[in-house]
Design a protein around this ligand. Structure first.
Ligand SMILES: [Zn+2]
Length: 123
């Protein structure tokens, strides 16, 4: 079942990003429109958004970002890369079979580990 609609655009994509997803729509910059790794990354977000009925995804996404940034004192880039949904997407974007094998709520195992948090606190 295909649940993603790809749209090539220069608008809507925030500065510094290659694409943005509002399921089922995936907006990609023209330069990455045919990039299968980027497409797979965004398809993973589509799945996450459906699982959390959009609002849960955005709320959790923002919560993770702010916690990483202000509680764990990460840089903007690091705070973004350590959002649970980004961790899952970046880790698996090169595996084109990932979404076929992935279980429901497959992002859960990608939350920051206790050791990663401890390391942040010490830093
Ligand atoms: Zn992403």
């Amino acid at each position: 079942m295909r649940l993603s609609v790809f749209i090539k655009t220069k608008r809507l994509v925030p500065k510094g990003f290659r694409g943005i997803t509002f399921s089922p729509f995936i907006f990609l910059l023209p330069k990455v429109y045919k990039n299968e790794v980027v497409r797979n990354h965004e398809r993973i977000h589509v799945r996450q958004q459906y699982e959390l009925l959009w609002i849960g995804f955005y709320a959790w996404y923002l919560f993770d970002y702010l916690r990483n940034r202000y509680k764990y004192k990460m840089t903007k880039r690091m705070a973004y890369r350590n959002i649970i949904f980004e961790r899952e997407a970046y880790r698996n974007q090169r595996n084109q079979n990932y979404l076929k094998e992935r279980s429901l709520f497959g992002f859960i195992p990608y939350k920051l580990t206790k050791n990663e948090i401890k390391d942040r606190r010490r830093a």
